[in-house]
Design a protein around this ligand. Structure first.
Ligand SMILES: Cc1ncc(COP(=O)(O)O)c(C=O)c1O
Length: 462
């Protein structure tokens, strides 16, 4: 049957007048293949990639549905599988089922968030959802936001807006402050902004991985005497290696005093702010000018899903608006291509909205709480005499046997990661302050206490 389907030219695109049974058949079959892949995760492990895997490029005549389905299958068989309970390496949790459906709908809609006329309902949805998040973190009515493909882009949107609003658009003396444990993408951001690493001031962190306020003050004074102009201070709400939270209250007071834009990189921890889960250091978010939230990193919204929220939506408008001469505008409606870097953009916000509508606040809270609980169980049972532990209030733990010389940490962690992979646990090995560590990210909802127990046994960690 599928061979005939392929030979009919009318299945190239959905039918606009008749029935779409062909498409339904193909979607059902694809869903079945995908779900079989999910349910075989336990058998094949978190990462099942054959080094001989070949990507086949498009050819002259196209291919039959049978060929394409066998290639889809082979693709799935050679992919990282986030639903496996041993997938604990990164911030890539299992996908929420309503988010998967949201992706399908977004693809089918094929609307474009560049402009209201190309995506009226989705434009309103994105605007409303950004506002909803902004209100949750305590911003007022002038707030708003924009979605982007990942935390790097949300942070970049924020920094460009910060520099523009400080009137430092093309000033080579403008500098950005981040902590030494901030995400590496800030290096990329400064390069994109025509700056170099001398424009990126890295503030020391204390023994909990939080920005050191004394060092921040000294560095601010040093910059003033050198006539450098600071366009933003970034506070990280959940560092990548250990989940630490910078002292947002202190930093926000310094920013207010000195009239500096405060950006919070909440790519990891920002989502906790919509719940009432008590997280040490998660406060005063509404004192920021902007905050990045990345629901893709923990609650299972499918990639990519990241929001930049700003306390005043005008700051994005006056930074990015150029006018879109080929697009019609409507009074009081902002074309969303005019408040961020990206132009054409898919309706990704649908999978965020559907995921959140499905979970409700209680569901979000349950998922987030469970990640903290898994972190607590892991730390409670990790032998403190044997291991140095770097963690914080969130769900990330980096650890290393005590007494291991820095030069030996590379080989030791690599061999541990390989050993664990053979037992179907995928963990990561970040380089942090001159040493390699093992890192587990407890954002996988499928990971049970028994899996944690097994992992600890394999690590000889009791
Ligand atoms: C703290 C932090 N900020 C920003 C990013 C970049 O996010 P993305 O990979 O979505 O661009 C990451 C990625 O892990 C991160 O951990």
């Amino acid at each position: 049957m599928t061979e005939d389907l392929f030979n009919k030219k009318d299945i190239y695109f959905p039918s606009y007048s008749g029935n779409n049974d062909n498409l339904i058949t193909l979607i059902n079959r694809t869903t079945q293949i995908l779900c079989e892949w999910f349910s075989k995760a336990e058998k094949y492990g978190p990462l099942n990639f054959d080094e001989n895997f070949k990507c086949i490029m498009p050819d002259e005549n196209g291919n039959s549905t049978e060929v394409l389905f066998s290639e889809i299958q082979s693709f799935l068989n050679n992919s990282f599988n986030p639903v496996h309970p041993g997938s604990l390496a990164h911030l890539d949790p299992p996908p929420l089922i309503f988010s998967i459906l949201g992706d399908l709908i977004a693809a089918g809609l094929n609307n474009n968030l560049l402009a209201y006329e190309l995506s009226p309902s989705v434009t309103l949805l994105e605007e409303s959802l950004c506002k909803w998040f902004a209100k949750k973190i305590g911003f007022d009515d002038s707030s708003g936001g924009i979605a982007a493909s990942g935390g790097t882009l949300s942070n970049l949107n924020a920094l460009i807006a910060a520099r523009h609003n400080a009137g430092l658009g093309s000033d080579p003396n403008s500098v950005l402050f981040v902590s030494e444990d901030a995400h590496s993408s800030f290096i990329k951001c400064t390069r994109i902004m025509g700056l170099d690493e001398s424009n990126l001031v890295r503030i020391k962190t204390d023994n909990k991985g939080c920005m050191d306020i004394q060092n921040l003050m000294e560095s601010l004074d040093k910059c003033s005497t050198e006539n450098k102009k600071i366009f933003a201070i970034v506070a990280t709400l959940g560092t990548t290696v250990r989940g630490a939270i910078d002292p947002i209250k202190d930093i926000s007071e310094i920013c207010k005093e000195r009239n500096i834009w405060l950006h919070i990189d909440g790519s990891i921890g920002g989502i906790f702010a919509v719940t009432s889960i008590p997280i040490e250091g998660l406060n005063n978010l509404n004192q920021a000018n902007s905050i990045t939230i990345n629901p893709q990193k923990i609650i299972g919204i499918t990639k990519t899903s990241s929001l930049l929220l700003v306390s005043n939506i005008r700051t994005l408008e006056n930074t990015f608006s150029t006018g879109l001469p080929y697009i019609s505008s409507k009074k009081n409606i902002i074309n969303r291509g005019e408040i961020g870097i990206q132009g054409s953009r898919p309706a990704e916000v649908i999978k965020l909205w559907l995921g959140l509508r499905f979970l409700g606040l209680k569901g979000i809270e349950e998922i987030l709480k469970s990640s903290i609980k898994r972190k607590d169980i892991f730390i409670k049972n990790l032998n403190k005499n044997k291991f140095e532990i770097n963690s914080g209030p969130l769900h990330i733990i980096s650890f290393l046997p005590k007494g291991l010389a820095p030069k030996d940490t590379d080989i030791w962690t690599q061999s541990k990661v390989n050993e664990l992979m053979k037992k179907n646990f995928m963990i990561s090995r970040p380089k942090f302050k001159g040493k390699y560590y093992l890192r587990v990210v407890m954002g996988n909802y499928n990971t049970r206490d028994s899996h944690i127990e097994e992992l600890l046994k394999l690590l000889d960690a009791y």
